[in-house]
Design a protein around this ligand. Structure first.
Ligand SMILES: Cc1ncc(COP(=O)(O)O)c(C=O)c1O
Length: 488
């Protein structure tokens, strides 16, 4: 842009932020984020606010005229930053951790600057090819065979949905892509199988894919909350006899409540025998496959048709990044590709035009942050951090087991514990209420944030590790707060 152009545009308020202003503001933002990460513990993990408090402090109508950058950043500092739940806080031990380490944040910044929309190669050549490379890197890190191709989506919910649609696409005689599902009486109702501990996103996928909740059969789990392959085989046989069309099994390696691991090998046997698509949901725990000493837990997953692992969970990648791996990319493409004239290019087929394999046309450039992080930490760096989370969980588990009244309610193969305090003289209901009070007391303190679940109908406290900023000091604080709350 010439000086003349610059002055013209500045005068009539057109164009982008001025370059010098941008440089100054970018420096302020970099400092702000560095300070935030260095001092995140000055905040409570969960802010002490009520619904509507933030909204009440923001004008209901947008500003008609430009506001100064400094005023905007100042409002960010007072209104937004202190009033979020701090996922970056080392005391965040609820649900599953999702943290953004420095190199990942920098990767997000670079991707934001490029604003590359990874629809197809012509529109995003380096971004498309980097996605191909990083998907292959992650596949190797997970110890999976070359037969798996893949791509990134935003979330495990979407990765699983695409896989259910792909599984539906190969049901003989169904042709849901062209004919739809409504009003059909030429094929029995579809049926898919998941354990009674599988994530709600799978059932949502069934809703969206036209399978419906009635088409979802939950298979009972064993004492360790793992799907029972014998019960799966019986359910499939029973459904076939009753005219259903079984088409897909979803095994979860690392369930959301207890992180139990469905036996992938025996489930793959059933799927092969019955010609059912096997989708593996390893959204959280898949990261542990980087560790040779944990890989046994995943045995058999290499036989799946599709697998989802979320780097934005335990692989410490900034939200969002979900890795979807599949053996037969052509099935996803046949099920979902529509290429109108305005999206046609003359290199189709030579590289992945990723929009053809999913629902979205526009896609974020997620590979960049992962490429940067994998290079910056090295695979061994990821392994060290994963082992540290496991060490935190194992240490806390040891303290829980050694303390009278406290109990580990489920095995803990990864970095997540389900625990419960069971004092003498309380029945099950009263014990549930007692544990809910413990959780509330710990969370009210503000330094640690835990969540809960129910296992076999009983309330349990969940503690999960995975934030690389978490140290043994935080594990000790968590245990100290739990014990104090239980004794209060
Ligand atoms: C096992 C499992 N699957 C799927 C999901 C959904 O993940 P997302 O938020 O990426 O859709 C979760 C979320 O915690 C999960 O634990």
């Amino acid at each position: 842009m010439t000086e003349r152009d610059r002055l013209d545009r500045a005068q009539i308020d057109l164009g982008d932020m001025d370059e010098q202003d941008f440089r100054r503001a970018a420096g302020q933002v970099a400092d702000r984020v560095a300070d935030y990460l260095a001092h995140v513990e000055r905040y409570r993990v969960v802010p002490d606010i009520e619904p509507g408090d933030v909204r009440a402090r923001i004008p209901a109508a947008p500003p008609e005229e430009p506001e100064p950058w400094d005023a905007i950043l100042a409002d960010y500092a007072t209104l937004i930053e202190p009033n979020i739940t701090h996922w970056q806080h080392p005391g965040y031990m609820a649900y599953f951790c999702s943290t953004a380490p420095g190199p990942g944040v920098l990767g997000e910044w670079l991707a934001a600057g490029l604003n590359s929309n990874v629809m197809f190669w012509r529109n995003a050549p380096a971004s498309t090819e980097l996605e191909e490379v990083v998907v292959a890197w992650l596949r190797q890190m997970l110890g999976l065979p070359e037969a798996f191709d893949g791509m990134f989506t935003d979330t495990a919910s979407v990765s699983s949905l695409l896989s259910i649609v792909a599984a539906r696409h190969v049901v003989p005689g169904l042709d849901a892509r062209e004919r739809g599902l409504a009003g059909r009486d030429d094929i029995g109702p579809l049926r898919m199988y998941l354990s009674d501990e599988a994530h709600s996103s799978i059932e949502k996928a069934a809703i969206v894919a036209g399978v419906g909740r009635a088409g979802v059969r939950r298979i009972p789990t064993d004492d360790a909350f793992r799907m029972r392959p014998d019960a799966l085989a019986e359910a499939v046989a029973e459904d076939r006899a009753q005219g259903f069309t079984p088409f897909c099994v979803v095994a979860t390696l690392g369930t959301t409540s207890s992180t139990s691991v469905d036996p992938a090998g025996p489930i793959a046997d059933v799927c092969e025998r019955e010609r059912l698509w096997l989708h593996i949901d390893a959204a959280y725990a898949g990261a542990a496959a980087l560790l040779p000493e944990r890989r046994g837990l995943f045995e058999g997953w290499e036989r799946a048709d599709s697998i989802v692992v979320n780097p934005h969970k335990w692989l410490m990648t900034p939200f969002d990044a979900s890795l979807l791996l599949f053996r037969r990319p052509e099935v996803y493409r046949d099920a979902l590709s529509l290429v109108p004239e305005y999206l046609r290019t003359n290199v189709r087929g030579q590289v992945h035009d990723f929009h053809e394999y999913g629902i979205q046309l526009g896609r974020r450039f997620r590979a960049l942050k992962l490429w940067i992080m994998i290079r910056y930490f090295g695979v061994e760096g990821f392994r060290r951090r994963l082992r540290e989370s496991i060490r935190h969980a194992d240490t806390l588990a040891g303290w829980v087991e050694a303390e009278p009244g406290w109990r580990l309610v489920a095995p803990h193969p990864f970095s997540t514990l389900c625990i419960r305090h069971e004092p003498d003289g309380l029945d099950a209901e009263a014990t549930d209420a007692h544990n809910a009070r413990i959780l509330e007391t710990v969370n009210r303190d503000g330094r640690i944030f835990l969540s809960h679940t129910k296992l076999r109908g009983r309330y349990v406290i969940r503690v999960t590790f995975g934030n690389p900023r978490c140290t043994m000091r935080h594990v000790e604080l968590c245990w100290h707060l739990l014990r104090d709350a239980a004794n209060a």
